[in-house]
Write a protein that binds this ligand. Sequence first.
Ligand code: SF4
Ligand code: SF4
Length: 430
Amino acid sequence: MPDVHNWQLGRTMSYPFAAAPAKWQFAFVFNTNRCINCQTCTMACRSTWTFSKGQENIWWNNVETKPFGGYPQNWDSKLLALLEEYNPGGQLWDPAAGKSPEAPYGRFEGKTIFEAAASYAGTDGPKVALGYIPTAEEWAAPNIFEDHARPEARPPSAVKHMVAALPEHKVWFFYLARLCNHCTYPGCLAACPRQAIYKRPEDGVVLIDQSRCNGYQKCVEACPYKKSIFRPNTGTSEKCVACYPRLEGRDPELSPNGEPCETRCMTACVGKIRMQGLVRIEEDGAWAKDPQNPIYYLVRERQVALPLYPQFGTEPNGFYIPPRWVPRPYLIQMFGPGVGHAIEQYSCPDRELLAVLQLFRTAQQIIFRFEIQPGPKIAEIEVTMPDGSSRAQAIFNDTVIGYNKFDQEAVRITIEEPIFERPAIHANSI
Ligand code: SF4
Ligand code: SF4
């Protein structure tokens, strides 16, 4: 297998194909601290793309309650266990090794799904990526353990009889919104024997050519995030298409001049947790330095948003600001060793970071560049940091402006929400 560079692992890794970087890469940042699990994103996607016969269990976007929820059930803990089985005690990071802006989390010393597959010992032949096909039961119920802080100690078949029970450990949970990560090194693409899956050179979106797919489900098995899903009545697999007509600026209502727009799940987000964009990629596959691009700024410049399970090795392009209240070991397993730094920054954002965080869900157009205009100081507050210490945070009423692909102003917002008083035309004018 050729060697490719994976910046999230801080090293090269084996992948079945040579690197073929896209010019731009679809990417997103989710702020898990703000998700309210309203599932509006899920239904926005559902009502756009997956409402037809045979798609009953196809949820391109889902929101699961961690640690016990998952769609399909236990998708992440099952794969973590499988990797551990093939590399016992070896799935470790060295956060200090080679750490640099190009390798922000140090180096992953364990095995990715592609590397672990080399020692696959099953009877069903060699594999390009370690994985598994979930059972029908695991696909059946996307909301199991929703809002639960502890699972029943029962096998999944008994879950439907679940009753409320008192927690046995310190209670915590959080909502994890998920969709296809349009990975740089997709497991689904690598495993398809028909080469029906391709990554678009213009925006890095990963698509399944339905006319080539024969429904072997190798993509379902190899996607570590289980975001390629089989549709029984067509006999093909389907996955998130990143609302590509919107990305291409082809929605006449939203994009009269061809401005790229965010996907349906992003624009519908009630909790304002989502920001989606496009990052420019160099010819060698590295992210082009672009600190005024909000996605680049949050992920690479400030490292406040982290990839989901980077150790799987697909270089996912979905990034998460981790939840502040969740035990660190769990978060480090999920988001890698950058968790402490990310939470520290998010707990008490400086003036610039606070301004950029205001841009979430303020425009439907994709923001390619932001600019901050300084405003007056309006408050000073005391913030309790994760280690229990106190820090003073000065708040300035700065204005942040977002620009679209054509460098036209798409949004302008201040830190302090303005108050508008309506004229009292009627006694009840609301
Ligand atoms: S998340 Fe899964 S389906 Fe999406 S590109 Fe990555 S490997 Fe493929
Ligand atoms: S719409 Fe936003 S807040 Fe609501 S569940 Fe989805 S990601 Fe969370």
